[in-house]
Write a protein that binds this ligand. Structure first.
Ligand code: NAP
Length: 254
């Protein structure tokens, strides 16, 4: 990347929550952000949410473009990256953030609950990393940051599918870090703890209180707490860090 080139940042699943906050933290002059989202349930509401992410980035003086693409479908990921390359010609940062939950106790978990979570949370980052890696290897530079979870190292009741996907993304991070290091590309993970977003809003007050009891800093995290860790790993200050998992959890796991 030369001094006059725009920094091109790709964030998956950024119509809300942590993804939107990641876009906000990268926003600014000289940076262009491409993000995707995917909501078969309510496409109109999701389009409005994506427009809100664009507005947040523009308010901070940056440029952003949201595109509808399902990270778990190879053709859609391929078109998404073709569009980014067509418009920007390079990718400097990829943040694999898109994720879903379909919680259920192991013995009751349905096959499609397992498959959908593994598909979005693990196959998605594989497909997006594969696309970005080809581009970054040619560039001989790039930063990839994967959003894992504290439960990927601790395990969690009722989340065999989600925990397996997040443990898997940690393995993916370390393998990609080894394979891509010779070409100047770093790959790291950020593992959030309990962060206040739509994903955790569904928890009952009791479950929330139980969770808070396990956090030494005695508060839930904010999306911005995660976003600033991502920005650090993607910055020049994090240039000598690769294959690592940065925990952002208020001390919930040490
Ligand atoms: P969220 O508020 O539910 O947002 C999820 C985002 O992912 C949305 O923009 C959603 O877009 C997008 N998405 C979902 N499925 C997608 C797909 N197939 N293709 C493309 N985009 C898709 O979740 P969040 O809390 O911000 O979580 C973000 C990441 O952090 C996830 O990987 C999650 O596992 C991880 N994390 C969260 C917490 C927490 O406490 N919140 C803790 C640890 C880790 P649509 O709505 O359009 O589908």
């Amino acid at each position: 990347m030369t001094e006059n080139q725009e920094r091109i940042v790709v964030v998956t699943g950024a119509s809300r929550g942590i993804g939107r906050s990641i876009c906000e933290v990268f926003a600014g002059p000289g940076t262009r952000i491409f993000f995707n989202y995917f909501s078969p349930a309510d496409p109109e509401a999701e389009k409005a949410a994506a427009a809100e992410t664009v507005a947040v980035v523009e308010k901070a003086g940056g440029r952003a473009q949201g595109m509808w693409a399902n990270v778990s479908v190879a053709d859609e990921v391929d078109s998404f990256f073709k569009k980014v390359m067509g418009e920007a010609g390079r990718v400097d940062v990829l943040v694999n953030n898109a994720g879903i939950t379909r919680d259920s106790l192991l013995v009751r978990m349905k096959e499609d609950e397992w498959d959908s979570v593994i598909s979005v949370n693990l196959k998605g980052p594989f497909l997006c990393t594969q696309q970005a890696a080809k581009i970054m290897m040619k560039q001989r530079c790039g930063k990839i940051v994967n959003i894992a979870s504290v439960v990927g190292v601790m395990g969690n009741f009722g989340q065999a599918n989600y925990v397996s996907s997040k443990a898997g993304i940690i393995g993916l991070t370390k393998t990609c870090a080894k394979e891509l290091a010779p070409r100047g590309v770093t790959v790291n993970a950020v593992a959030p703890g309990f962060i206040e977003t739509d994903m955790t809003a569904a928890l009952s007050d009791k479950a929330r209180d139980r969770m808070l009891d396990t956090i030494p800093l005695a508060r839930p995290g904010k999306p911005a707490d995660v976003a600033s860790a991502v920005a650090f790993l993607a910055s020049d200050a994090g240039a000598y860090i690769t294959g690592q998992v940065l925990h952002v959890n208020g001390g919930m796991y040490m």
